[in-house]
Design a protein around this ligand. Structure first.
Ligand code: TNX
Length: 790
């Protein structure tokens, strides 16, 4: 068996996709010819699996039997899969002989959770018994994974191992989200996405339909929402704030018929579609369609970075062309805003049977409300304390409307601000604290913390496409525990489950969506379905090999980051230079490295004592699967002892903590690089021990300026020095910034050459974000990833 995995690894790395698929089919043919069943490799891992001895051959003669229409529908979906993968399908409900797949949905399975199923394969065939229709459907999903992997029409008989499985989900909410506003995806891809959800036995699709950059759902009463709101004049090029605007009109929307089709398609797969209609923030597209929704209908929309030529020419409200948070939000003082939203929702409720309806609630700047006479009048009339309570009023008013229609409102965790709506479900995205607080208040919560549930963040340390946010590797997703430690058993019951989010700022096409999604979705499905004690990373790694082949069978793109090499840069012994430790994630191949074109086999940490270019190369079965170029720049601080007083934010801890600042490398890829230390509101105070007394005359700090993401340059960098590590004296301060890329660069402090052993660098946080900027009034972030001392 071991051998087989190695061979498959080889196929996977073959750059010629065509040849690769041929090889896979050829391999599969041999496998099936020999009548060898697929190695059992199920994701998510079932609760209980007992392997038997022998195998059942599924052929064209095998009959599927079912006792009700719902199971017959599931049988037809199974048939579609068989047909697409192996070129044949089975009769449903022809006289049952001794060669069957029998589907039974009954209520008598004793399991702690709903949607349980059992699956037995023996000499006469397959029996799947579901607790519910969904349970039976999940049993069929498992059966699909027991079939050989890879498309072929060459053989008419498919071996299935004798087996007994008992299974049920750990969480009742197993969700995946997709933002279709920032970029639009056609119905055909939405269906594919729903297939991916269903292959993973997940059951909620959160469809983010409206945002600043496009309104994507037809509302009959308000045709401008899609005539105007679904289209923007152009899009910024590259990472925010962009290098320009592509000036290409961009957009699209789903008609109500298409929405119904998507909802039906999902329901057949036991997936509930939760629509999200954003309010009161992220409303630019709605406002561009109906300016009366704004506090200031006559005020022109501000496109903060690189507006298109068309936008520069026209006045008035516009659909946004760049990313971030915008001040023009729904007016909370005007009753016609609420009437509009209720009318929109009334059509939405017709289309979506989901009990949960998402009303957004996140990232709503309060600056317009502060200036708007109607909003201020509302605050007075309702006896509200401030604009935060006005936000709470807004959500609670919409919640009343939804509750009256028998629906439940979901909101992002900002709905906790100013008092939670009485029956609302909270989606905790800014970490877990919102979820913890809500659960303690006996509100249901869905966990979607950015780390690691944001799949728009990179999953590789070597990302070469533009992504947003930080680094969420596969292991972190796999290890994710939806129930925070802070909750006792009673409060934990309020955690419905978890969800991964895919925000589409930098997801321009389906292939990029898949690249961000896989294999992380597979890891998530196990965190949500399998019993906690059954989760094993090493076992998952083995099953992942088969899962990679499944992605190929589906024709899905996926990230190869699993084959990546972890590079740790550590201080060399006695803090003299650096040592570079390389460890391939899968530990199965061979490492080499080059220094000034000299190739060496890697067997132990590489010691570096001067500036150099280093490339680490990873080979698997003789194929180069990964190359990591690193540029080391040495100075007096490199490799030395360093400490920081304030703790960096948990999302940006640096590589190896504070040492990241003196490890000789820095980011040329924005914040997705793991080297950054990030701080909200706090200063960075770093003290470096140079090891011995010596001359120093300047200090440089590598930092980033990205105001759209609330990231600000330091106010200044101050340098203090000491000879004894106790008494420090200030030698210089500066705020000059020299860019080395679009958003990043160096702040340099030069001073008269002085004798010192300790150098302290005080990086002053900008403070509060100024009026008129995204995130105004909040604490600014400050980032650093390298300090150089000369
Ligand atoms: C924050 S998550 C947002 C989105 C962005 C996303 C990018 C949330 C409730 N708001 O508007 O697309 O970050 O990761």
């Amino acid at each position: 068996m071991q051998k087989r995995w190695e061979i498959m690894g080889n196929f996977m790395q073959n750059p010629l996709a065509m040849k690769k698929n041929l090889l896979i089919s050829a391999f599969l043919v041999v496998l099936i010819q020999q009548g060898v069943a697929q190695e059992i490799s199920l994701i998510p891992q079932p609760v209980k699996v007992e392997k038997g001895n022998g195998q059942f051959l599924l052929t064209k003669e095998t009959v599927i039997t079912a006792t009700n229409d719902e199971d017959r529908r599931a049988a037809r979906l199974f048939n579609e899969y068989l047909k697409a993968t192996f070129g044949f399908s089975l009769d449903i409900d022809r006289q049952e002989g001794k060669d069957y797949i029998r589907l039974v949905t009954r209520q008598f399975i004793q399991a702690p959770s709903k949607d349980a199923y059992s699956l037995k394969i023996g000499k006469d065939g397959v029996v799947i018994e579901g607790d519910t229709y969904a349970g039976t459907f999940y049993g069929l999903q498992t059966l699909m994974q027991l079939l050989p992997v890879g498309k072929t029409t060459a053989f008419k008989s498919l071996p299935l191992p004798y087996i007994t499985i008992e299974d049920y989900p750990r969480f009742n909410y197993r969700g995946l989200h997709l933002d279709v506003s920032r970029h639009f995806f056609p119905v055909a891809f939405i269906k594919k996405y729903i297939d991916y959800i269903s292959y993973h036995k997940m059951n909620y699709f959160h469809w983010h339909l409206t945002d600043d950059q496009g309104w994507r759902i037809e509302i009959k009463k308000y045709p401008e929402l899609t005539n105007t709101g679904a289209w923007r004049h152009g899009t910024i090029i590259g990472r925010y704030p962009g290098t320009g605007n592509d000036n290409i009109r961009y957009g699209g929307f789903y008609t109500q018929d298409e929405v119904r089709e998507v909802v039906r398609y999902a329901a057949e797969r036991h997936i509930t579609v939760i629509p999200e209609i954003e309010m009161p923030g992220h409303a630019s597209a709605a406002i561009a369609s109906y300016p009366f929704l704004s506090c200031f209908p006559a005020k022109e929309t501000v496109i903060p970075a690189n507006p298109s030529e068309a936008s520069k020419r026209v006045d008035g409200k516009k659909v946004q062309e760049t990313w971030g948070v915008f001040e023009d939000v729904f007016c909370a003082g005007n009753d016609s805003t609420f009437l509009f939203l209720e009318n929109v929702l009334s059509e939405v409720l017709e289309l979506f049977p989901s009990r949960y309806i998402h009303a957004g609630g996140d990232e709503c700047p309060k600056s317009n409300w502060k200036k708007c006479p109607k909003c201020q009048a509302r605050i007075r009339a309702e006896g509200l304390k401030d604009e935060h309570e006005l936000q709470s009023y807004f959500i609670q008013r919409m919640e009343k409307y939804l509750n009256a229609k028998g629906r439940v409102l979901i909101g992002w965790d900002e709905i906790l601000e100013g008092g939670l709506a009485p029956n609302a479900v909270v989606m905790s995205w800014r970490g877990e604290s919102g979820g913890i607080e809500a659960a303690k208040q006996k509100h249901y919560v869905i966990m979607t913390p950015q780390k690691p549930m944001y799949f728009d963040h990179t999953q590789t340390r070597n990302e070469d496409s533009v992504t947003i946010g930080g680094y969420n590797p596969l292991e972190a997703v796999y290890a994710y525990e939806p129930i925070p430690k802070e909750l006792d058993e009673a409060a934990a019951r309020f955690v419905l489950g978890a969800q991964a989010n895919l925000w589409a700022e930098y997801l321009k096409n389906p292939s990029k969506v898949e690249y961000m999604l896989f294999p992380r979705l597979s890891a998530l499905s196990e965190a949500l379905w399998s019993p906690k004690e059954k989760r094993s990373w090493t076992d998952f790694e083995k099953r992942l090999q088969t899962q990679f082949r499944r992605y190929e069978q589906w024709g899905a793109n996926y990230s190869k980051a699993y084959y990546e090499v972890k590079v740790n840069i550590l201080p060399a012994p006695k803090n003299i230079g650096l040592q570079v430790v390389a460890e391939p994630r899968d530990r199965k191949g061979e490492l080499q490295y080059t220094i000034s074109s000299q190739l060496t086999k890697y067997s132990k940490p590489i010691i570096l004592q001067k500036s150099t270019d280093l490339e680490i190369r990873y080979f698997r079965n003789g194929n180069l699967v990964n190359a990591i170029p690193l540029k080391f720049s040495f100075n007096k601080a490199t490799g030395k002892k360093i400490s920081v007083t304030n703790k960096p934010n948990e999302k940006y801890p640096g590589q190896g903590g504070a040492f990241s600042l003196v490890n000789g490398v820095w980011s040329d890829k924005g914040l997705s690089h793991p080297d950054w230390l990030g701080f909200i509101g706090d200063d960075i105070v770093a003290t470096i021990d140079l090891g011995k007394l010596q001359h120093v005359k300047s200090v440089k700090l590598h930092t980033i300026d990205q105001n759209g993401s609330w990231v600000y340059l330091p106010k200044y960098v101050e340098v203090q020095v000491s000879a004894d590590g106790k008494k420090f004296r200030t030698v210089g301060r500066s705020s000059d910034f020299v860019k080395d890329t679009l958003t990043m660069g160096w702040m340099k402090v030069a001073f008269t050459s002085t004798h010192a052993r300790w150098v302290r660098v005080v990086v002053k946080n900008y403070g509060l974000i100024p009026e008129g900027q995204p995130g105004a009034g909040n604490k600014a972030w400050v980032f650093a990833d390298e300090i150089q001392v000369e």
